[in-house]
Design a protein around this ligand. Structure first.
Ligand code: NAP
Length: 530
């Protein structure tokens, strides 16, 4: 193989890749970054749809490793908008001086491990050939769009867009007849904004999702300074304890409160906004009755906000709350009170086909000029599949994960030497703070490489026994979770026996980090070095 040679290739220029490239470069390693988009941002580069913003408090969704970065950047709002996130990531990348390491507009097409020279051999869509000792996929866990595959789509004569591949140009909305398919986190953020602008908006909903108020507003004065004063402790506390939103402390089982007290806590949380609704009682994620207290409270709020009772019933979920990602909304339910918004329940009337002028459901044709798909992502391995990763046996990670994630720490898959996939299934991933998890994983990789250097090894690999142990630990954590019982993108269902594998580490960083630290301290239990 000819081509360039580096110690590490970092794939992805999002929040993880920016930190990873900085961290490895400072470790004295030669680094190349590969990014398909024209700039930094990762999923946020592509998620520029109307209303796009993060649904986690910005002070929990930013870098914590650098005092300079934390103190200099000021978040204007409680939840950062997509443009603010893009500005932040570009600013941080420049401050860390990693732009020069990256090749943009470059998609990784093939990555093969060769046992001949113990290197990963990469081929990009520009025909570049790169050899590297370590391959780190900072491609996130939700970044590869779910394909849009409705019959007749190619016939549509209007404009057709995806929320997670939103174009980098002005998209006129005013006065248009717009259709949107999908009411998850992305759809629910876009719908109120689209409703404001459109002549008419048709919302195609398959499953209603629970949505609670984000309660966005200006950033709380003083909070950032208070955290900055004790940044190192806050970071360490977050690693050791992060499961609870900042406003909650020591939740108790629902039944330990009187109905009046439950109501008071629910109302207070409603006003406070954010994901706290999923953590208000300690047993909400495991006990059906406790869960129903919260679920029915939210349904009651939906019924109070939506004027038409028939419409409200269609918007009310009937499964346990928090088993699919809770949506934080800004004016979502009020959008359905407008005269220019129609809700189509596709469980009653499925989408049959896309026509030249709109969407035909089982009972009606809906004329639209702009059709938006908010269908979500191919979770966890989607971006790794796309990059064409193959080990020496010509297997992809998906081949090895055929019955659910098979990893140690969600970071390495057995059979793939020197190959890391930060924040993937097996780690808290979509259930934890992503900046902090990426920092933790890149630090672990950098420490592991330093350990190899000291001990004269060049190859690290997760062992089969390590993956067995980690799989059992992960399954034990998820055993009682209601989330595992409800179909959602976090659950892998085996077709042959119907067994269900909850893919993320289900109990947050609070249990994950101590496990990782303990196994690492036991001489990298779960890994083999050569
Ligand atoms: P999502 O939550 O997976 O929602 C996808 C939506 O599309 C669902 O309503 C789904 O219906 C529908 N859908 C998918 N395929 C369909 C089909 N063939 N026919 C009809 N409907 C279909 O995706 P997302 O909204 O992009 O969000 C994904 C994740 O990204 C979130 O869970 C969150 O973690 C993250 N996210 C975060 C933010 C943020 O921080 N602000 C914003 C957006 C996304 P069903 O429910 O019936 O499957």
């Amino acid at each position: 193989m000819t081509g360039e040679a580096f110690d590490v290739a970092v794939v992805g220029g999002g929040l993880g890749g920016i930190y990873a490239s900085h961290r490895f470069r400072d470790e004295g390693l030669s680094v190349v970054g590969i990014e398909g988009a024209s700039g930094f941002g990762g999923v946020w580069y592509h998620n520029g749809y109307p209303g796009s913003r993060v649904d986690v408090d910005s002070l929990d969704y930013c870098y914590l490793f650098s005092r300079e970065i934390f103190e200099k950047w000021r978040w204007p709002e409680r939840y950062a908008s997509q443009p603010d996130l893009m500005a932040y990531l570009n600013w941080a990348a420049d401050l860390l001086d990693v732009r020069g390491l990256f090749r943009f507009d470059t998609w990784l097409r093939e990555a093969r491990w060769s046992s001949d020279d113990d290197r990963w051999h990469l081929v990009t869509d520009r025909g570049e050939r790169i050899a590297c000792r370590f391959l780190v996929m900072c491609t996130g866990n939700l970044s590869e769009p779910k394909p849009v595959s409705f019959a007749g789509l190619e016939r549509f004569r209007g404009e057709c867009l995806q929320t997670n591949r939103w174009p980098h140009r002005e998209v006129p909305l005013d006065g248009r007849r717009i259709g949107i398919v999908g009411t998850g986190s992305s759809g629910a953020q876009a719908i109120p904004v689209l409703a404001d602008a459109a002549e008419h908006l048709v919302v195609f909903q398959r499953t209603p999702h629970y949505a609670v108020p984000a309660q966005n507003g200006p950033a709380e004065p003083g909070l950032q300074d208070a955290i900055a004063r004790d940044l190192e402790t806050v970071r360490e506390d977050s690693l050791a304890r992060f499961t609870l939103p900042r406003n909650l402390e020591n939740p108790r089982p629902a039944a330990s409160h009187s109905p009046a007290k439950q109501r008071e806590l629910l109302e207070r949380q409603w006003e406070c906004g954010g994901h706290g609704m999923s953590y208000l009682f300690s047993d909400i994620g495991t006990d059906r009755a406790a869960n129903e207290v919260v679920a029915e409270f939210v349904r009651e709020k939906i019924r109070a906000r939506v004027n038409d009772p028939v419409l409200a019933a269609k918007l009310c979920p009937d499964y346990p709350i928090g088993t699919r990602r809770l949506i934080l909304e800004i004016g979502y339910y009020e959008a359905f009170n407008r005269g220019n918004v129609t809700l189509v329940d596709t469980r009653e009337a499925p989408i049959v086909e896309i026509t030249e002028t709109g969407v035909r459901t089982a009972d009606e044709h809906h004329e639209v000029d702009l059709l938006i798909f908010a269908l979500g992502f191919r979770p966890f391995l989607g971006a790794i599949d796309r990059a064409g990763v193959r080990n020496a046996k010509d297997q992809s990670p998906r081949d090895v994960w055929a019955r659910g994630p098979r990893t140690v720490f969600g970071l390495m898959t057995p059979g793939f030497p020197n190959f890391f996939h930060p924040t993937n299934a097996g780690s808290p991933s979509v259930l934890g703070p992503l900046f902090l998890q990426n920092e933790f994983h890149s630090d672990w990789i950098a420490d592991c490489i330093a350990h190899m250097r000291r001990s004269g090894c060049s190859i690290v690999e997760a062992t089969e026994e390590g993956a067995d142990v980690w799989g059992r630990k992960s399954a034990a954590v998820a055993e009682r979770m209601l989330r595992r019982q409800v179909d959602n993108y976090m659950v892998h269902v085996n077709a042959d026996d119907g067994s269900r594998v909850f893919q993320p580490w289900g109990a947050g960083l609070a249990t994950y980090v101590p496990e990782v630290r303990a196994m690492t301290a036991r001489d990298y239990e779960g890994f083999a070095f050569r």
